[in-house]
Design a protein around this ligand. Structure first.
Ligand code: C5P
Length: 239
């Protein structure tokens, strides 16, 4: 399939989460930020409204991370990931909890699709919106940090390298040779929104993140272009 796609790997690690409800606003943001940021993230909020066409449109403006966090039987996950790839995705997410068989099949699929163009399947370990008290009872026997490490090992032994994690989990996952993508990125003066455990962009990169997802601080800014530029520049400023 012929996809007009801005290529992956990204020119810098900042991925802007296009967490908006209309195609027009998403494309307006992507047009403004295409020369500045490394890529764009879209999730069910846009995918359910505009589907494949929207992924294609954004992919023409930068590498697209389709964050639909698949958690299903392996055959459905394979078909869903293929659909995102065919639309132009460079990154997609699945849940690490979907288990060894599904992850192993994801690793085979990633290998196959990489013959066509660079593509990564990222596994989400424990959602950052969960804390110890919100863990389901079957998971309370050990702390979240141990679940994250165990799930990361499962992901890696299944043949995938990509993980989505909180910036506060970066230290736990160092030296595992993983590709680490982290949301929860804020400058100290930014509004936290519903994110609880945040970190500055340069600090997250120093701790081993390979890509950073930034949403509201950029898309809700008075001047998203200026704010996105500040996020990118922060990574290259000498301290
Ligand atoms: O606006 P903000 O910078 O908090 O956006 C973070 C983005 O990352 C949102 O799209 C959110 O859905 C996503 N995300 C997250 N935590 C995860 C996985 C994804 O915040 N564990």
């Amino acid at each position: 399939m012929n996809v007009n796609q801005k290529s992956f790997p990204m020119k810098n690690p900042i991925i802007v989460a296009l967490d908006v409800d209309t195609r027009d606003r998403a494309i307006e943001l992507a047009d403004g930020l295409t020369d500045i940021v490394g890529g764009f993230k879209v999730g069910p909020r846009l995918c359910l409204r505009y589907g494949e066409d929207l992924i294609r449109e954004v992919a023409a403006r930068g590498p697209v991370f389709v964050d639909n966090k698949h958690f299903d039987i392996p055959s459905t996950m394979i078909a869903s990931v293929r659909a995102s790839f065919d639309a132009g995705a460079s990154l997609v997410t699945v849940h690490a909890l979907s288990g060894r068989e599904a992850l192993f099949k994801m690793a085979l699929l990633e290998k196959e699709l990489n013959q066509i163009r660079p593509f990564r399947i990222l596994a989400v370990t424990v959602l950052t919106s969960w804390d110890q008290s919100s863990l389901p009872s079957v998971m309370t026997a050990q702390p979240i940090s141990q679940h994250v490490v165990d799930l990361a090992r499962l992901v890696q032994s299944s043949g995938l390298q990509g993980i989505v994690c909180s910036p506060h989990e970066l230290d736990l996952l160092q030296n595992m040779n993983l590709y680490l993508v982290t949301p929860g990125i804020r400058f100290s003066m930014d509004d936290l929104g519903d994110q609880k455990r945040v970190m500055g962009p340069e600090q997250a990169i120093r701790r081993g993140a390979n890509a950073l997802v930034v949403g509201r601080p950029i898309i809700d800014a008075k001047n998203p272009v200026e704010t996105a530029t500040e996020y990118v520049m922060a990574l290259y400023e000498k301290k």
